[in-house]
Design a protein around this ligand. Structure first.
Ligand SMILES: Cc1cc2nc3c(=O)[nH]c(=O)nc-3n(C[C@H](O)[C@H](O)[C@H](O)COP(=O)(O)OP(=O)(O)OC[C@H]3O[C@@H](n4cnc5c(N)ncnc54)[C@H](O)[C@@H]3O)c2cc1C
Length: 502
């Protein structure tokens, strides 16, 4: 088993300081904005290119796991307080599951004090967005194509940099590109085509999970009238065959966030559009025969979109489980957040994963800057950046995507006997939430990431850094642990298990 000691920093900068590299972040959603704030904190030059005219989060509420909170704190000291400013206090520090047919409490999972708070998506993104200096943010900039040296149409005048071409006819050249462009990522396609240019079968893409959902925010007075004060004051999930509803208050208890998820045996009718017209009758039918409480919740969904303008919409739930990218980067182009590993919403983890990605990338790029300064011009900046993306790639995984699929089967009674038995249900739910929410020591992970980059770039003798085992052995061990889905004990850090610091 390899073991790693904290790396020693070289004693000072070299005489000639190399040119700093510039990072292009594509997409100003949760992942892109957090990456921007991580780079901002570390003094790394960057620009965010967002296709919309402003910060725009669609959907209703969102909650962040303890891992995500830890990532926010490590990313930039302003990120976590901004989240707290918009977050709704928990009525109770618990996540509670109700048998939706009987309206009986099935299981209650404690969350940390003030942990997993809900907030309105629009509010949190706006609050984080205020922290990004306006000169680093370019709106109305939709990336149409990415070109690297050697690609058809690459302009040699770009001098070996990566060319980003926008739909408005303009272009820029940058040193590194991080695609945070969401589930239908253009950057993912670019990476796929560079990894495996001749394959037409193994194209990485999102696919339909055979679940769709309806989302809404209900004025608190109506919610309390329907289900009572207690049920509206904190987080609950109502489970049953083929469907579930999750509810939690947001907006300083002014509204109840509601998400109804429905199983669907059919194919999604239009892969190009993840959001399609729905009906309230569809929601009624999904909860027909359930306890009156669940039916009252179903009745709280509107007939029409907020402010009129047509029928309510249903959102297809897609993920990258079936067709994942073989790796998250090629050359100096990488993907993060949903672009890399889109997951269903059932464990409340996708946004948090994007923030973790942002942290790992920001730390690696900071280390890359230091290595560049310490070692001077004899180190090729392009190679350092590629190595940084290689380390990032080894540390990130699709594991949460598969755990999320298992979780929704549990919530929607795939195995009815287990789902109705509080003890069995509780054991499985605890295991899943612990794995996804708690079992990652992010500080330790970024320490390892920084060390691995230094070993790879400087080709330092491993013994100098107190490491036993060669680069490949250590990386393989990291990868095995990260991708491993088995033999996991809730409450233990997957990192300390396999890689120990001396
Ligand atoms: C119903 C539901 C509930 C959820 N609940 C939770 C939860 O409670 N907790 C949690 O952690 N996660 C949750 N998630 C998951 C979470 O919403 C996503 O993982 C997260 O929003 C992904 O953020 P992102 O920044 O990676 O992508 P996105 O939010 O999709 O952002 C991508 C951005 O890129 C821009 N863009 C796209 N293409 C281009 C282009 N070519 N050029 C320029 N810009 C471009 C888009 O306009 C957008 O702003 C939920 C998801 C759903 C569907």
């Amino acid at each position: 088993m390899p073991s790693i000691a904290h790396s020693r920093s070289p004693s000072g900068p070299s005489a000639s300081s190399p040119t700093p590299f510039h990072v292009a972040i594509i997409g100003g959603g949760i992942t892109g904005i957090n990456l921007a704030l991580g780079l901002e904190r570390r003094g790394i030059p960057y620009t965010v290119y967002e296709r919309s005219p402003g910060f725009r989060e669609i959907g209703a509420g969102i909650g962040f796991s303890p891992n995500a909170e830890q990532a926010m704190k490590l990313l930039n000291p302003e990120v976590f307080p901004a989240y707290k400013r918009t977050a709704n206090p928990n009525g109770e520090d618990k996540f509670q599951w109700i048998n939706g047919l009987a309206d009986e409490l099935l299981y209650s999972l404690p969350v940390p004090e003030d942990g997993f708070l809900g907030c309105k998506r629009s509010e949190i993104l706006e609050e984080w967005g205020k922290l990004v200096p306006p000169q680093n943010m370019q709106f109305n900039k939709m990336v149409e194509a990415v070109q690297e040296p050697g690609d058809q149409g690459y302009d040699p005048e770009a001098g070996g940099k990566i060319l980003l071409r926008f739909t408005d006819g303009t272009h820029v050249s940058v040193d590194l590109v991080i695609g945070c462009d969401g589930i239908r990522s253009r950057l993912r396609n670019h990476i796929q085509s560079h990894l495996d240019p001749f394959s037409i079968q193994r194209v990485a893409k999102e696919s339909y999970t055979h679940k769709y959902c309806y989302r809404t925010l209900v004025p608190m007075s109506r919610a309390v009238e329907a289900v009572g004060q207690h049920r509206a004051s904190t987080r609950f999930m109502y489970n049953g065959p083929g469907a579930h509803i999750i509810t939690y208050p947001v907006g300083n208890n002014s509204v109840l966030n509601m998400l109804a998820v429905i199983s669907d045996p059919n194919e999604w009718p239009d892969e190009k559009r993840h959001v399609l017209p729905g009906t309230k009758e569809d929601i009624r039918q999904a909860f027909k025969g359930w306890h009156p409480t669940a039916q009252k919740l179903a009745e709280l969904f509107p007939e029409e979109k907020e402010g009129g303008g047509g029928p309510i919409v249903k959102w297809g739930i897609f993920d990258t489980f079936d067709f994942p990218l073989p790796q998250y980067y090629s050359g100096r182009v990488a993907v993060a957040g949903d672009a890399a590993h889109a997951t269903g919403p059932h464990l409340g983890a996708g946004g948090g994963l994007g923030i973790e990605d942002a942290l790992v990338l920001a730390e690696l790029l900071e280390k890359a800057t230091k290595l560049q300064v310490w070692n001077g011009p004899e180190l090729d900046t392009g190679k350092i950046l590629e190595q940084a993306l290689d380390v990032y790639n080894h540390l990130r995984t699709q594991a949460v995507v598969s755990w999320t699929r298992k979780a929704v089967d549990l919530f929607q009674w795939k195995d009815e006997e287990v789902a109705k038995d509080g003890k069995k249900f509780g054991k499985l739910v605890t295991e899943k939430f612990h794995y996804v929410w708690y079992d990652l020591d992010l500080q330790e992970m970024v320490n390892i990431a920084r060390d691995m980059l230094e070993i790879g770039v400087v080709e330092k003798p491993m013994e100098d850094m107190g490491i036993t085992g060669d680069w490949e052995t250590v990386m393989e061990a990291l990868m095995r642990v990260n991708l491993s889905d088995t033999g996991h004990t809730p409450g233990t850090s997957t990192w300390t298990v396999s890689v120990s610091y001396q």
